[in-house]
Design a binder for this molecule. Structure first.
Ligand SMILES: Cc1ncc(COP(=O)(O)O)c(C=O)c1O
Length: 492
């Protein structure tokens, strides 16, 4: 029987009304039940969360049908872009064959073995052993426990302190958050884990030692030597740093930094650990960020882009000698560190498919080729009165926001200037992140030059919009900090 046009229209209207009701209910349930971290609960309660429903390539769509360029690769992780059927197929295949198998208690699974071997092949030479986790924080917990274990097995039980950099981000579980060098992750949550020593970071724009590169001769790396003198090498087990600080505002150490750190670590028997949770798997145009500095760490932490976020996975690669210490402990020793989901077969299958794409589509050389264009477009934003400096490394960048360029004075937190810029970009269809005093950009590695241009244009408009608002209240220039907290017309 043929349906009349009127009946078709009313069926469509009914479907539309049902979809609108379901959407309203999801919005209500989101507000009522789902906690959104790394944002102000009060702001999310007022504004609601952006519910994403679909992704393809660099784009995601929200529940209202709006399309965004995901210029943060979601959470720095979706390297290959959204909606890749190859990964979905690999995961489905594994789920149908064997949905789960542990790597604990003497069991194993093919994807976990294949991935461990592949990572050992890709990693800097000598990092031969892999232990898996579900993400970056768990991986850094693993570092803390393995550092202690290693030095105990080597008969040096007091080497338990770990040196970490100011404004480092290593995760938000208690041990990892203790390594994290941001007060926001500490002050409501204290006491933190004892035994973390803090060190100046290699941040040349606002050098914490008040020096200038290159005349400083890498004094910030030599701070490690000062810490050893103060605490004693027998009490320091490891040094940890991100090759390029991500959440801390895309801070890349100058040439020679990690080589100097390696040399100090070697001299004092300190394990050198690099946290590659953001920089791993192509972000800087190399498999691992540390390859920029001609040095090899003792432990390498990974997560995020190992699966491009398709499933949760992280882990730590260890230098062979560290594992040898466990072997030499003999059959009486068991490794009491691991997680139910260490090496989850479906997550490992996702990682293998993801690595196939990164290799097959030659994304590492592509990043190296696109990086100069990305840097040029983003550097141009330094012309905004709000931007003190633009820092780029591979396909990641941060705009350092200041209310007065000559004095480099940041905006007071209460003015929420980075969040306003992020929201202005979001309204124009580009997702970036407000992180401390910066706006961070980190698109999927597959981003095209034209999409980079759009990201830069939208950021320019967002900066101009917020600069105009701030100028109205006299919030720019040397006296700007005080004025920038005044309420602004129409600002959410
Ligand atoms: C360098 C670094 N380490 C560790 C983590 C924590 O990873 P996860 O959120 O997977 O626990 C992050 C997360 O952003 C990170 O950037």
């Amino acid at each position: 029987m043929k349906t009349s046009p009127a009946a078709t229209r009313s069926a469509k209207a009914r479907r539309g009304a049902a979809a609108a009701r379901a959407d309203a209910e999801l919005k209500r349930a989101d507000r009522a039940h789902l906690i959104h971290a790394f944002a102000s609960p009060a702001v999310i309660d007022r504004e609601g969360a952006v519910r994403l429903v679909k992704g393809k390539g660099v784009y995601v769509w929200d529940s209202d049908g709006r399309r965004y360029i995901d210029a943060l690769a979601s959470l720095w992780n979706v390297a290959i872009g959204h909606g890749r059927p190859e990964v979905a197929r690999a995961v489905a295949r594994q789920m149908r064959t064997l949905e789960y198998a542990p790597t604990l208690l003497g069991f194993s699974s093919e994807p976990a073995v294949r991935l461990a071997a592949r990572l050992a092949r890709l990693a800097p030479k000598g990092l031969t052993r892999v232990t898996f986790t579900s993400g970056g924080s768990e991986a850094n917990e693993t570092v803390i426990r393995l550092v202690r274990l290693y030095w105990r097995l080597r008969g040096r039980p007091d080497k338990i302190q770990i040196v970490a950099l100011n404004r480092a981000y290593h995760g938000s579980s208690t041990g990892a958050a203790s390594l994290t060098g941001m007060t926001a992750f500490h002050h409501y949550y204290e006491p933190m884990m004892p035994g973390v020593l803090r060190m100046a970071r290699p941040f040349c724009y606002r050098c914490e030692l008040g020096l200038t590169y290159p005349q400083c001769a890498l004094a910030c790396a030599d701070e490690l030597e000062r810490l050893v003198e103060r605490e004693g090498a027998d009490r320091i087990g490891a040094f940890i740093a991100e090759p390029v600080q991500g959440v801390g505002g895309v801070v890349a150490p100058p040439p020679g930094y990690f080589e100097r750190i390696r040399e100090i670590c070697d001299r004092h028997d300190i394990l050198m650990v690099v946290d590659e949770v953001i920089t791993g798997f192509g972000r800087l145009g190399t498999w691992f960020g540390i390859e920029r500095w001609k040095t090899i760490p003792d432990m390498l932490v990974f997560a995020k882009a190992v699966t491009s976020g398709y499933l949760p996975l992280g882990g730590v690669l260890l230098r062979e000698e560290i594992f040898q210490a466990m072997l030499q402990a003999g059959p009486g020793f068991s490794l009491h560190h691991g997680f139910t989901y260490s090496g989850h077969p479906a997550a490992c299958a996702a990682a293998l498919a993801n690595l196939d794409i990164i290799e097959g589509e030659k994304l590492l050389p592509a990043v190296r080729k696109k990086a100069p264009h990305f840097a040029k477009r983003l550097q141009a934003l330094a012309q905004s009165p709000l931007v003190g400096e633009v820092r780029c490394a591979g396909l990641m960048a941060a705009l350092e926001l200041v209310c007065d360029k000559p004095s480099k004075q940041p905006f007071p937190e209460a003015a929420r200037v980075p969040w306003r810029i992020r929201s202005a970009a979001l309204r124009r269809g580009v997702i970036v992140r407000a992180s401390a005093d910066t706006i961070v950009v980190c698109p999927p590695l597959i981003v095209t030059p034209a999409q980079i241009d759009t990201i830069a244009r939208v950021l320019q408009e967002a900066l101009a919009e917020v600069a105009a608002e701030l100028a109205q209240t006299g919030a720019l220039g040397p006296a700007g900090a005080a004025a920038s907290t005044l309420p602004l017309p129409g600002v959410r």
